[in-house]
Design a protein around this ligand. Sequence first.
Ligand code: OOB
Length: 551
Amino acid sequence: MSVDEALPGFVPWPSEFAQRYRALGYWTGVDLYADFAASAARHPQRTALVCGERRWRYAELARDAERVAVGLRALGLGPRDRVLVQLPNVAEFYLAVLALLRIGALPVFALPAHRRAELAYFVEHTQARAAIVADMEAGCDHRALLRDVAAAQPCLREIVVVGDAQELRPFASLYGDGSLPPPPDASEVAFLQLSGGSTGVPKLIPRSHDDYLYSVRESARICGLGPESVYLCALPAAHNFPMSSPGALGVFHAGGCVVLARSAEPAACFALIERERATLTALVPALALAWLESRQRARYDLSSLRVLQVGGAHLAEDVARRIPDAFGCRLQQVFGMAEGLVNYTRNEDAEELAYISQGRPISAADEIRVVDDEDRDVAPGEVGHLLTRGPYTIRGYYRAPAHNTQAFTADGYYRTGDRVRRLPGGHLQVVGRAKDQINRGGEKIAAAEVESHLLAHPGVFDAALVAMPDRWLGEKACAWVVARETAAPSARELQRFLRERGIAAYKLPDRIEFLDRLPRTAVGKVDKRALQARALGPLTGTVPPTPGASA
Ligand code: OOB
């Protein structure tokens, strides 16, 4: 693929890197659907997917995905068309994604928690032609949301609904019979994934078939997956961790079985582990803690579980040490990012490393630098900023040229925003973060994004969002607000305002505090460290608990 053939807004790897990754056998030229189809052909009779009482064998899942692909083609969708996918953990998520991959259309992954503001932005920024959503989920009518979005975004011509579609297009009507076009080229972008972000608007991550399949294949190998593996998908299926680390795609690659949990609530998941004899699952630390604390654990037979993966946010060492005994399985820490790089603690590692480190990179070709504020390498074992490039780490965000000059070095390293220490064997310890983000139980909140919503209120003169420690979630968000004297809003009013702007509930500040002015550093930037320190002290407590907050 030459650069001018690529999806506009996609920054490809320089050709000498692409050639090297191909020569080394990392990029195989196989597209993601073809990899799934090959696995289906190897294991036609094995169970591939369980969703409630519904079950698919591999042959059935491949057949249904291809029938949905025919239906999507009949809607006029084809190569490089963007399609917003916002679904809870239901089988139709994988059917939709496999079908879109098959026809070369690009899923744009939204999380179930996203609301009008986020969805409208994704549709507008990607010029999505279609959306595939649930009818109702967690009390939210996604049909109504998408109708609103479509009214403002004429590019969005098709709304496909899983469940009661009302006047919109039922997902069930997509199943068709007919021929399919040739598969996409594996060097092309396969989908757009969401970044945790640290900027005013979310950034989208273009992942190619070649690069993503490499990470999926290697993840499946590192995690020892095979046809006997049974993966409980408890995190939102669209997130990179349960999708590919090794996640559902890794399990499909290996011929194993994916069991969907509608929520990560402990008792429901324990019941599924027992019923389906799950061998592996993945959690964020906040959920691992909730699972540890659940008294329900004793009532279920969890003996099938071999590995519990924890990642997405900092896992406290003492919590890590409790996991093997509590669940009768190994702990595997996973430090990854939707931009690419994923680190795993390995089965063959000294046991201690699973408690004190966040693992080492997937690939020998993952280039890791740990640098100071001037991009100079720090001494071995010192803490610094983590920079990385490699065969499955992007070279640029989608349609974000100005931001890319900051987010990547001139020679193509991605600035992760994480502060790490590298141990002698190459394992990384994540010790903090330099990016302006709150990691609320694994859900990432870009401070600037929420600040810009707060600043849109006529009574707000200045605002800064910072992290505050939380026993369960690790971090929560505290907003410091300077109100205009004439029209000072209350904290309650600001919460209502943010909700009306249509942002996901997890982004609503857990507290809002007022100040006369924000502290500034010598160079005039808001002093977020000072605000963080202040959030540790006694607060005026002017805010009601966050409604609809989820782990
Ligand atoms: C995963 O992906 P994202 O894109 O939601 O978030 C990435 C960021 C990292 O840059 C880091 O700040 C944080 O989340 N993070 C961790 C961590 N894993 C991710 N911080 C401390 N310890 C960890 N183990 O979160 C993600 C993607 C694939 C696999 C696993 C996690």
